[in-house]
Write a protein of this length. Structure first.
Ligand code: SF4
Ligand code: SF4
Ligand code: FES
Length: 231
């Protein structure tokens, strides 16, 4: 299979370039990450992040033939050639396919991604009804791979001001958690022309999420909560 891969080492290169590779995928190595690891046997200077190989850690997110995804769960037989690999768009490149995630995680931490509850602690744990627990489905599964945020044009222009779809999905996850007591503060913090309202409902985020989540729906529900409409 033929590949064209973005290369850039700021310590060595004056500008980025695309490098061509060719590999024969083994029958028992059906995923894109398998092929990239074979390429690395030819050229160990190629930089990328990866860990779990199971679509769980979120570290091998990249732009695959123009669309963000996880290399480890992308079957090679779904890809047209040359398979073109680039780093996540809109994020600063550290080297080759490795991007700087600092701004992404700064936005994630800004939504206070933890339960806020100052009521006295129960003896064992804070319980939820099955119905309240169900409200977290489709939200807690996010692996913070950044595929959505990196595909969002609103985030490209305002990474320091717009929380972005991944952070907003998590904001909604805590807004609907029956154990949290900071709903009003959380809504107040997001009620801003940039932090939430920079979303233009372009839907790229939901389109590319490798876990099948829908950040755009979560964003819509936060807006409805702000206006007091039912969710
Ligand atoms: S919502 Fe989906 S695409 Fe976005 S960070 Fe979470 S898992 Fe990745
Ligand atoms: S729906 Fe909103 S958050 Fe999602 S890609 Fe579009 S502008 Fe970005
Ligand atoms: S290597 Fe962990 S999600 Fe792909």
């Amino acid at each position: 299979m033929k590949f064209s891969i973005f290369r850039y080492n700021p310590e060595r290169d004056t500008k980025p370039y695309m490098q061509k590779y060719e590999v024969d995928p083994a029958p028992d190595e059906p995923m894109l990450l398998d092929a990239i690891l074979r390429i690395r046997q030819q050229d160990d200077t190629l930089g990328l992040r990866k860990s779990c190989r199971e679509g769980v850690c979120g570290s091998d997110a990249m732009n695959i033939n123009g669309r963000n995804g996880l290399a480890c769960i992308t079957p090679l037989d779904t890809l047209s050639e040359p398979v073109t690999l680039r780093p996540l768009p809109g994020f600063p490149v550290i080297r080759d396919l490795i991007v700087d995630m600092s701004a992404f995680f700064k936005q994630y931490h800004s939504i206070r991604p933890y339960l806020v509850n100052t009521e006295p602690r129960p003896e064992k744990e804070r319980l939820q009804s099955p119905g309240d627990r169900e409200k977290l489905d489709g939200l807690y599964e996010c692996i913070l791979c950044a595929c959505c945020t990196s595909q969002c044009p609103s985030y490209w222009w305002n990474p320091d001001k717009f929380v972005g779809p991944a952070g907003l999905l998590q904001a909604y996850r805590f807004l609907v958690d029956s154990r949290d007591r900071a709903r009003a503060e959380r809504l107040d913090d997001l009620n801003d022309v940039y932090r939430l309202f920079r979303c233009r409902t372009i839907m790229n985020c939901t389109e590319v999420c490798p876990k099948g989540l829908a950040p755009s729906r979560a964003i819509e529900k936060i807006r409805l909560m702000m206006t007091g409409d039912s969710i």
